[in-house]
Design a protein around this ligand. Sequence first.
Ligand code: RIB
Ligand code: CA
Length: 305
Amino acid sequence: MLKLILDEDTGIDDAIALTIAARDKDIELLGVTCTYGNVTVDESVRNTLDMLSVLKRDDVKVYRGRDRALSSSSPYSPHEAGRRIHGPKGTGDIVLPKSRQKEEVMDGVEYLKTMMESRSDFTLVTTGPLTNLASVLLEEPQLSSWKGKVVSMIGAFERRGNVNEYAEANSFKDPEAARIVFESDLDITMIGLDVTEKTRLYKRNADEWRESGSEEGRILSSLLSYYIDNTLGGDETYVHDPSAVIYALHSSYFTTIPTPITVVTEGRERGRTIKGRKENARSSVAIEVERDKVEAFLSNIKNYF
Ligand code: RIB
Ligand code: CA
């Protein structure tokens, strides 16, 4: 059983990643920390609690993390593109039924610190900017050599970015944080656009989820349809955040190369993820993916409902 903590900026593809983590029989979801990005941190907490309730996983605890990039003096407010892709509140054109659960009192960075200090038997999967994890390392530098694994949907290595020619959205939103994390000694795998743009979720997945007749299938179906319409259009879309959870579970579907990674923090390439110089780095980057296997896994989501 894979033990997982998710760190999310819960918009639509984060919600699909959350569904896999909360419902797959081979995953034990220990907790979710929230950050800003696709939405504000308040919306990320709200969407996470509501999605977990839809998925009948109210038992999973949700923690509020940082609300802004390390270098920012004010809380992050999503740009027009984020609002268009994920909808006005991060849940497409629907309003999720409200969960009665509340976020935990403990702060998200504190929770991550406590968990990393006390155990290393879980994988931390991040699907938003790396501010929470960088904050952990700034406060407790010795956690740089934490023995657990980190898997992050972030960056573009041999591929152009999706915010501009150079940068992917999660690294663009906090390049300083991403640099701290990648230049640490963590065992981290970068699941970037090099692989997430090579696989697809399809309208037929949304149709199958709706046909399950369950509330959660209907809600997930609406979210995916909205996301398809506002990203690639037509019948399909990229598989960003779910790829990180799938990698944590089935790393053999991906080809990775061990390589030091760093992040450009200045100039027009700000947010670009590039090869670093660190010796003995424990980081890897995914460069290829077995598309059929990932898409077959995604097709199985219908069996969760
Ligand atoms: O570039 C894709 C990433 O940006 C995904 O994590 C998506 O949810 C957004 O955060
Ligand atoms: Ca995300």
